[in-house]
Design a protein around this ligand. Structure first.
Ligand SMILES: [Zn+2]
Length: 241
């Protein structure tokens, strides 16, 4: 198996050894001296070290083979930290309208906050956090656990990579995804969050009360009863009030 060719379907991919990018941004490389895969990952983005593929690829001192933003590759260890330093509330007062005026996929660290209850400190557009927190509080009342988030903000570089790698059924056309404004979340692809799962069913029925929605065009079946090839049980969007 060649590192970088692994097709995971989620950000975490079962990896648990977490790091966060520091303000000195680091590119994700195909190999330690090779092409850049993604270069626009903002500060405080979570990165998972992948020791199995690191060994397979041949360990290089000072470099980690990692998984981040749904892509894998090599990063310099020196720019990764063990903790996130991202803000966890919208202290800069960003509005949804202001975020939408930023070109898709180019949100900077200042536009983003970490989801406080998420162990991965996943980054999301600052104005979307208050309503996501309300949704999480209601979810907790129902299920006695926090809402899980796999991925939220996605950069243009990442979206381009995913579109080329996974294709249009999985990734939106670059420049059009609400992930590019940090106003969409993907929950994990586990049974409970699938179309038949209790978490999905509850979120589908209730998230709109907190201005988060699951779109009709992502449902399992189309209006004519046929299977929807674009179905995604895991994708929710922040639509504001
Ligand atoms: Zn999504």
């Amino acid at each position: 198996m060649i590192p970088g060719t692994v097709h995971y379907t989620s950000n975490r991919a079962g990896l648990t050894d977490r790091y966060w990018t520091t303000p000195s941004l680091t590119p994700l490389l195909v190999s330690v001296a090779g092409a850049v895969r993604i270069s626009d990952v903002p500060a405080n983005s979570v990165v998972y070290r992948d020791p199995v593929n690191e060994k397979l690829g041949g360990e290089v001192p000072g470099w980690f083979f990692v998984r981040t933003q749904g892509a894998s590759g090599w990063m310099e260890a020196s720019v990764l930290a063990r903790t996130s330093t991202a803000r966890t509330s919208n202290t800069l007062g960003w509005t949804r309208t202001l975020i939408l005026s930023v070109p898709n996929g180019t949100l900077a660290a200042k536009h983003l906050v970490a989801i406080p209850w998420d162990p991965e400190k996943t980054l999301i557009a600052a104005p979307a956090l208050a309503d996501l927190t309300r949704l999480n509080n209601a979810f907790k009342v129902k299920f006695a656990k926090n809402l899980d988030v796999d991925l939220a903000n996605r950069t243009l570089g990442t979206q381009r990579y995913l579109y080329e790698d996974l294709g249009p059924y999985i990734a939106a056309k670059p420049g059009t995804s609400n992930h590019g404004w940090g106003m969409a979340i993907d929950v994990p692809e586990t049974f409970e969050y699938s179309f038949d799962g209790a978490y999905y069913k509850w979120l589908k029925a209730n998230s709109y009360k907190c201005n988060w929605i699951h779109r009709t065009n992502l449902e399992q079946y189309r209006a004519d009863g046929s299977l929807n090839p674009y179905a995604e049980s895991w994708h929710f969007e922040y639509v504001g009030k």
